[in-house]
Write a new protein. Structure first.
Length: 330
């Protein structure tokens, strides 16, 4: 990465020199139009600027979705009583080799994203780990003892396959995530690299039934891609976290299976903006995305996903607009 940054700095310096030369040639010319050399130099400068500053495909897709909902969404009531503008059936796709998909039109709190994912990977269902690490995003749904019921982590790592109250033995559970990682290593072309979090039998026991309820991995050319389906999506507050969380998960599973990262696809069912987020959405839509995405850097890549800790990785070169506060509808 350092070599890439050095090369980029050198190209930017050459571009500045080319611009100066072009301006000098223009000022030295006394009459007549630009010479062929000047025209070619201007074209080369424009092409180099486009190469150095490609469009940020993460913010552009996200902002397009915000506009789509505000322009075409229907007014719908909801469980929280807040009310929403809603559309149905939308999809976003990101090339993870282009950078880590953190929005730049508002700051996304990566620490919360990362700790929430590690909490899920660990199979946890109590908010204590999150609170101990300064993450409060699940507090509103937690019971007095901190429990949330059989939510994401429980279903990813300890899906209850059999429970017989008449038998004096442990319940039979399935570790979906471990099984998928094993399958990717042993049979990468399988179409069964799936983890599901939707269990109709336990919905009533969950503080909040899973919104992002299924994901599937796909391997080709030594790259791991992930496709996630989300039944319900709070687009302003939740989606930026979901994008970053599944991007990080894809990186961690790629590390565990010896693969590079490919793409992340997110398919949305009910994609909505809460009525009390309209002003915040308007503010975000007014902001110009930064050209460059941040980078996810690993101090250590682990082949055992259960050994991953927060200090294994960090986000670098994150240039973004300030965060935009909004109220969570519970």
């Amino acid at each position: 990465m350092n070599n890439v940054r050095t090369l980029r700095a050198s190209l930017e310096s050459l571009l500045d020199l080319a611009k100066s030369a072009s301006q000098q040639m223009c000022s030295d010319r006394k009459e007549g139009g630009p010479s062929l050399l000047e025209q070619e130099l201007d074209i080369a400068i424009a092409e180099t600027e486009r190469e150095l500053n490609p469009p940020n495909n993460v913010d552009s897709q996200y902002l397009d979705l915000l506009e789509d909902i505000m322009d075409n969404g229907v007014d719908k009531g909801d469980r929280t009583g807040t009310g929403t503008k809603s559309v149905f059936g939308r999809q976003l796709q990101f090339d993870l080799s282009e950078g880590f998909p953190l929005l730049t039109t508002k700051k996304v709190h990566f620490k919360s994203v990362a700790h929430e994912l590690l909490w899920m990977i660990n199979g946890s269902t109590n908010v204590k780990y999150l609170q101990d690490n300064g993450v409060s995003i699940w507090n509103a749904w937690a019971r007095p003892d901190g429990e949330l019921g059989p939510v994401y982590g429980s279903l990813w790592r300890k899906w209850l396959a059999e429970k017989d109250p008449d038998r004096d033995c442990d319940d039979i559970t399935i570790d979906q995530l471990a099984d998928v990682i094993k399958q990717i290593k042993e049979n990468p072309d399988s179409r069964r690299h799936i983890v599901t979090a939707w269990n109709p039998g336990v919905v009533e026991e969950q503080a909040l039934p899973p919104c992002h309820l299924l994901y599937q991995f796909y391997v080709v050319d030594g790259k791991l891609s992930c496709s996630m389906y989300q039944r319900s999506c709070d687009v302003f507050l939740g989606l930026p976290f979901n994008i970053a969380g599944y991007a990080l998960l894809t990186h961690l599973v790629a590390n565990a299976t010896g693969l590079k990262v490919g793409s992340l696809t997110i398919s949305l069912g009910d994609a909505h903006i809460y009525n009390n987020h309209f002003k915040q959405v308007e503010e975000q839509l007014s902001r110009e995305p930064k050209h460059h995405l941040p980078e996810l850097v690993f101090h250590q890549k682990r082949d055992n996903i259960d050994e991953v800790v927060f200090s294994d990785f960090y986000i670098d070169f994150y240039d973004c607009h300030p965060s935009i506060k909004a109220k969570v509808s519970v």
